[in-house]
Design a protein. Structure first.
Length: 727
């Protein structure tokens, strides 16, 4: 929770738009026409400045709401921005959305200018893309283990993000010819299915604007003012789209921070924000440097790290919250010790009154999550994995959405194949191949093939009867294609007897599948209430554009576990960054690559540090189990860039605390321990104390157990029992 109030009472909005703003925020809000660059440091209230600027343009400068376009990067951020604008009594009408949602909206209106798609196009997610690419690799006669669909998909996405076409170019270098071939066939398959992938949403609008300047000018004229949040995360395609939209005017205000540019791996180009003043001559630059989130020690440490980068614009963040606690640095023996250390610290702070939703554990690589989850479970700490897309990748959800996709776009062959098998109807691979061949020969969709007596005449027995029933099912469901999403989804569930299908196919680990379907129905109902004109097509688009951070359950008392990339834009009172080691952070790929890669890794660490409001704990492990063996790591080079005066380390405790345990004032029942004592532990058995560190609730022991080896334990929770007479 930020400490600067974000909203005004609606009744006071017009009179008090500038109330509570600092000088820099006020300058950004009241800027008139012309380009504006808002350099917004972490936690500096940039969303507040943007939303107040929108209100100022409409309420004070006479700009009509529909003449304002505000773009951000996640559905969650766009939703929050809309809510804040509404709270300022701004009339509805402004476009507030993500880049992808904006482009999808434009294409729903104007894609037919491109000739190959209709407005009912389907948006393929990453899983849909992978399945289609897998089939294309197989049909080309190649092994999908040698040519992995994920690698080919990443190649295609990288090409699209830099605006390249499907033909080989000099920038492809020595890439395998199969990659280029699959890209060509992939584009053809998308066109046949009347489908677009995420990258296409941007590319097709760029093509539309490039090839149809009249259409471009309609949008450039319609939007008098553009506001772009997180501008440092834009790629070259997004940059070109913005240049198109500002072709008639230069009224663009961008907000961002080069120090938080962490998406180079997916095409983000830091040059877009670094070169803004060159791209838009005469641009006004406003620096937001007052931080409303973190204590000064956290800010000083983060700034000491990021100043080692060269690709940046200097800012001096300051906080009025005081110095606060020093950062805590903990070096552990292995990943289990690290996870246990984090879990015990969370439990200790929770015992002092902190709610579990005040904690976040961040990590660079997903494999670190395993040990962390286990430690949290063992200490009975509730947690959530922040990955919003995960829900929509579950089989039962993909099954039901396939039917909705067919209602919206009967040309979607991939959805047709999935729907045919959910529930299973006895239509096997041979029958599907015959249907595909018939449809390809006549250049029609699989749905048309399923509806055709001629095509079904090729199929024998049970499969033929199943196709007749399937065609009838689609005909009945088509009545719901233009109605509310929840009504259509309920019809699909009932017509397919989907709950009965789940009961028939249930396995021991499938206890949540019915609840997942109910959750999807609830989501559809919620969507219909908020978007009464959206219908099935709007709901599908909303689902397709879900991002990872949309999965964070706000206000739920659970510790949040997420990658550093997913943490962007979030904040928590207490943050743990795990795995701050060489080859993890910075990642080994960056270490082996260019200086630019190291700088992006440093920015990623900076983002993680600046998520913390009150306490920041950085942990590392000497060894981790990887690929079946122990891998030894050194602490990250980034730790050396933090001034020692800002750090407290568990290894930095006073020397006189070694060899003794001083319990907390309420710990009279705790045993007095010394180095060399033999102790018993409930899980690890008998062991000998090799080292004691710290005092009171922070006291720790290094104990070598006969069966479990060396373990580091927090004595407040280890429940060690001294074995009398044993030395």
């Amino acid at each position: 929770m930020t400490l600067q109030s974000d909203e005004l009472p609606a009744s006071a909005a017009r009179a008090d738009l500038l109330a509570g703003l600092n000088d820099a925020q006020r300058e950004a809000v009241t800027h008139g026409d012309g380009p504006l660059l808002i350099l917004a440091g972490a936690g500096s209230g940039k969303t507040r400045a943007i939303t107040r600027r929108i209100a100022h343009l409409v309420l004070e400068r006479g700009v009509r709401p529909q003449e304002v376009l505000a773009i951000t990067f996640t559905n969650k951020a766009a939703g929050e921005m809309r809510e804040r604008v509404d709270s300022l009594a701004v009339p509805r009408g402004a476009w507030v959305s993500t880049f992808h949602a904006m482009c999808a909206r434009i294409l729903r209106r104007d894609i037919e200018h491109l000739g190959a798609w209709t407005r009912d196009f389907t948006i393929y997610d990453t899983d849909d893309r992978q399945k289609l690419i897998r089939e294309l690799i197989k049909s080309a006669g190649y092994d999908t283990t040698a040519y992995r669909p994920g690698d080919v998909g990443a190649f295609i996405s990288e090409r699209k993000n830099r605006g390249a076409g499907a033909e080989r170019s000099d920038e492809d270098g020595f890439v395998d010819e199969l990659y280029v071939r699959v890209h060509r066939e992939y584009e053809a398959a998308l066109q046949r299915n009347n489908a677009l992938d995420f990258d296409d949403l941007l590319l097709k609008v760029l093509t539309l604007f490039d090839q149809h300047p009249g259409v471009r000018d309609q949008y450039a004229d319609a939007f008098r003012h553009l506001l772009v949040d997180e501008y440092q995360d834009t790629n070259r395609v997004q940059y070109r789209l913005l240049r198109h939209l500002t072709a008639l005017r230069q009224n663009i205000a961008v907000c961002g921070d080069p120090d938080q540019s962490i998406y180079g791996w997916r095409g983000a180009d830091i040059r877009n924000i670094l070169d803004f003043e060159k791209d838009f001559p005469g641009a006004r630059v406003v620096r937001l440097e007052q931080n409303y989130r973190s204590t000064q020690n956290i800010l000083d440490a983060a700034q000491a790290v990021i100043r080692n980068n060269t690709q940046r614009k200097e800012k001096g963040l300051f906080s009025q919250r005081g110095a606060g606690e020093k950062l805590t640095l903990v070096e552990c023996a292995d990943e289990d010790d690290e996870a246990r250390e984090i879990a015990l610290r969370i439990r200790a702070l929770a015992d002092e009154g902190r709610s579990h939703d005040e904690f976040a554990i961040l990590y660079r690589a997903n494999f670190l999550q395993r040990a962390l989850e286990r430690a949290l479970r063992l200490t009975s700490i509730p947690y959530q994995i922040v990955a919003g897309t995960e829900f929509y990748q579950r089989k039962e959800i993909k099954d039901l959405l396939a039917y909705l996709r067919l209602l919206a776009n009967p040309a979607d062959n991939e959805a047709c194949v999935r729907a045919l098998g959910a529930p299973a109807r006895g239509v096997g691979d041979k029958s599907l191949d015959d249907l595909r061949a018939w449809a390809a020969d006549r250049r029609v969709s699989l749905v048309r093939a399923c509806q055709s007596d001629e095509a079904r005449g090729r199929i024998k027995g049970k499969a033929k009867a199943a196709l007749v029933a399937f065609a009838g099912l689609l005909e009945r469901l088509s009545l719901y294609a233009s109605g509310p999403a929840e009504v259509a989804l309920l019809a699909v569930v009932e017509e397919t007897a989907y709950f009965e299908h789940l009961a028939r196919t249930a396995e021991r680990d499938d206890v949540d599948r019915e609840q997942n379907v109910q959750e999807l129905l609830a989501h559809a109902s919620e969507y219909d209430r908020a978007n009464p004109q959206g219908g099935v097509r709007g709901f599908l688009q909303d689902v397709a554009l879900v991002s990872d951070t949309d999965g964070l359950e706000a206000g739920v008392p659970k510790v949040a576990l997420m990658t550093l990339h997913s943490a962007k834009g979030l904040e928590f009172p207490v943050v743990f960054v795990a795995g701050v080691e060489e080859d993890l952070l910075p990642h080994a790929r960056a270490v082996a690559g260019s200086a630019e890669g190291i700088e992006e890794e440093r920015r990623l660490f900076y983002v993680g540090m600046t998520r913390a409001q009150d306490q920041l704990v950085l942990t590392s492990a000497v060894s981790r189990k990887l690929y079946g063996g122990d891998v030894f790591h050194r602490p990250s080079r980034f730790l050396e860039e933090i001034p020692r005066t800002l750090l407290q380390s568990v290894q930095d405790d006073e020397e006189e605390t070694l060899g003794q345990y001083a319990p907390a004032s309420d710990g009279a029942s705790a045993p007095a321990l010394r180095v060399g004592d033999v102790v018993e532990h409930d899980a690890f058995g008998r062991g000998r104390i090799e080292q004691l560190l710290g005092m009171g609730p922070n006291a720790r022991a290094s104990v070598h157990f006969q069966g479990a080896g060396l373990k580091q334990l927090m004595l407040a929770y280890a429940r060690l029992r001294k074995v009398s007479g044993a030395r």
